[in-house]
Design a protein around this ligand. Sequence first.
Ligand SMILES: Cc1cc2nc3c(=O)[nH]c(=O)nc-3n(C[C@H](O)[C@H](O)[C@H](O)COP(=O)(O)OP(=O)(O)OC[C@H]3O[C@@H](n4cnc5c(N)ncnc54)[C@H](O)[C@@H]3O)c2cc1C
Length: 511
Amino acid sequence: MLTQGNYRWDETTEIIVIGYGLSGAVAAITAHDLGARVTLLEKQPAETHNTSSSLAMGVFLSISNVKRATEYMAALNQVGSYPELPWTDAEAVKAWITYTAQNKDWMVRLGGNVKLVSTLVEFPGLPGDDSMELWKYQGNGLRMMKFMYEQVASRRIDVRYQTSAVRLLTDNTGRVTGAKVLDSRGGRPREINIRATRAVVLCSGGFEESEAMKLQYLRVNPMYFAGGTGNTGDGIRMAQEVGADLWHMNCVSARLCAKFPDFYMGIFIDFSGGGWSQNTMKTDKGKLPAGFIIVDKYGRRYMTEELKPHTASYECGWFDSYKLEYPRVPSYHIFDRRRIEYSPLAQLASGPTGPHRLYTWSRDNTVELRKGWIVQGDTVAELAANLNMPPEILTDTIATWNKCCQAGSDPDFGRNPLELVPLDEPPFYAIKLFPGGSNTLGGPRRNGRAQVLNPFGEPIPGLYAAGECGSVFGLLYPAGGGNLGECIAFGRIAAENAVKEGYKKSLKGGK
Ligand SMILES: Cc1cc2nc3c(=O)[nH]c(=O)nc-3n(C[C@H](O)[C@H](O)[C@H](O)COP(=O)(O)OP(=O)(O)OC[C@H]3O[C@@H](n4cnc5c(N)ncnc54)[C@H](O)[C@@H]3O)c2cc1C
């Protein structure tokens, strides 16, 4: 095994932070401000660096009532689980709540420009649903990250782009003592061993861009995501090698998103023309400007399209054991002339079509129509034929939908009456959808001190994790802003505990 014994150390620091998204930035700033020497490793080049954090909308949770938040999280953690076996250990939840209650003040103290945008949680009706505040970094996730980059740059933090952590290094007792990294700066990659005399903090995100890991761990396949292209599960594999237990590997914060063969990322669709993807944070919803439905690959509706933005992807996971397929993968976003003429069909507030502009979606959707990303039919039957779908099923689905709109009620799926807008203005259109969108949640299990645990619940000395690399959220994600909130909370928890570690023995013992 690579990771036992002494190494030839090429460099020494006190804390290595792996990954420069929000959790990495928060951990590095906190550890530095507590007096530690920090080396922050980022595998991407600075010029093209994108992360889920910088592609995000910039909404982060802050908790307004700790007691009620504890009730809410306890309720969420038992859905699809058991009271005695919740998705997440109570100690980790408690730490998350305690620190998340300070998130907004922490950001403001740092000088961040934030605004309260909502108090609407993802699952209203559960106990404690009035305990959360959704704050937004003014602008978007990219603005937020630019602010964080400035904060890091104003400190003596050693930031290394194009430097990928490849393995964790341990001593003979199993303590993590450093990392083997591939330094690709200057063109010629070279492997070096960096010793961390205090600890290593994994902030390397999830496994949205690893097809192999998604196939093995997620509930449905394929899934596509609209976040950081560096998130290939590296931190998870490195933690596994040194004995980490994994949790939440089959859990995601995801809905349905578009994925086109000639573009490398998922794209969030603005289904209704409301600006946000459906039902994100709008509390003042008026009648939709244009109608839409989501159907399976045969043309049947299967859920209310008033999507739970961080949970709806689970609805795609039904596998037909006779046909040997997932009938809901792909699904289709179906709309008519009113929607295509209303506004761009991609969401412009986050993801690759957002401020990062990894893809510039045309204002009038014509470029994407020409590319075949949007499929057209002059009649519903023609659209169905163009989608290789039985025309009679889609025709029947849309006729039923239009009757529901006329009657003002959707008895089969309970769609909000404000969304009952008919599909009756040709041409008709479709965009192919896949389960996906934001992010995976699984990774190394951690405790309330952000220490990575082995399968017996014992901390692996010298190893911490924060953010999406082993998120505290299980099946259900509490509310918009949960992930960035977790980066701010656990980035601080990890750093505060990591700086307390001192690995005196290795200072003498290394070769
Ligand atoms: C379009 C979109 C919108 C979203 N909007 C929101 C929102 O508004 N609010 C919210 O709470 N959540 C949102 N999310 C989710 C949220 O953005 C992520 O969960 C969160 O940003 C993850 O942060 P992180 O620090 O854990 O990882 P990331 O921000 O993904 O950063 C991980 C970094 O680690 C680097 N890395 C990976 N492996 C290595 C390695 N081996 N060596 C060195 N570096 C490595 C990567 O290159 C990357 O830079 C959104 C997600 C998407 C995709």
